[in-house]
Design a protein around this ligand. Sequence first.
Ligand code: SF4
Ligand code: SF4
Length: 337
Amino acid sequence: MDEQQFDLELTERVKAYAKEIGSALVGIADAGILNEALEPDFRPEDLLPGCRCVVVLSLHIPDGALEIMRRGKMNYSYNMFGYAYLNRELDYLIYRMTMFLENEGYAAMPIPARGTQYGARKPYFGPLSYRHCAVAAGLATFGLNGLALSPQFGSRQRFVGIPTTAPLKPAEKLMDQSLCDGCMECIRNCPAHALSLNPPHVCKLGGMTYRYARCNQPACTHVARGLSTEVWKGALFNPNVDVPVEENQSRAGHYDDLWNKRDARIRISEHAEATYGATLCGRCMAFCTAGHDAMNRRMRQDQTAYQNDEVLHKDGTIHVADRVAALRKRSAQSEQK
Ligand code: SF4
Ligand code: SF4
């Protein structure tokens, strides 16, 4: 990498500003490796001609919001602080960083944290994959669940990226997949059976090859939008209306499902917040061991709030998480010897 081609002083100021406005993590992704890895229409160069890099920012999802959902008590906290309200906070970061770069005289492209463009070719995807940006910025790696896992927060964060023409110095090294221990908790806990490693999705990015679960997007979306009673079986907040999955559904049929056939409680809570997000599933994030372990590393040693790790399993029973139970069994066996 030729240092001459980058503005190192501006790179440092961008990173300092990101921290100042509250970003939990900050990194710079080289636009070139994203242009190679992503498909046409969804690359930085499609969004911003002459884009040199993507400034990647993130916010941590509060552990409490996910822990209470794991126990089947409430999904409202996750839906607000992991999604609906967090989008606003992420939009704040995007807006501020875009203005910072434009005020420096460079082009920058603010893409809202949430949603896809109506009529986009890939209906379940945003204009730019923030997960790929985070990995290209050296901040994260892919877990088998397909989420971007960071050493600090595992799966428990949201990333955003701002494509820019500013000559910022990008990350030199990408992470390998060692943050994911292959426990398969994410795949086993998916109520839609949407995640499959048979065969895995293969992603080539910046000289690295990542393999993670393929996601059946229509199946995931059906469950995540609260159209199935399978989503959080046994939980108070589980939907009570099962809407059948329809192949090749028209857009009108899709809206009919969402607004006329769904559990009325979900529709009301969405209206109350004036935003979509009262139903999200999130089990592949909530049950990810990398996120749970990262939380335990950050917590004070004398804190016992989540020690029992009682979770709501896919069949609707509440018991100690399989992984914790297996560790306990192993330590009990070794004590007996
Ligand atoms: S959000 Fe839920 S349904 Fe979708 S892949 Fe994750 S666990 Fe499965
Ligand atoms: S739950 Fe997390 S750590 Fe375990 S396999 Fe899935 S992504 Fe990897």
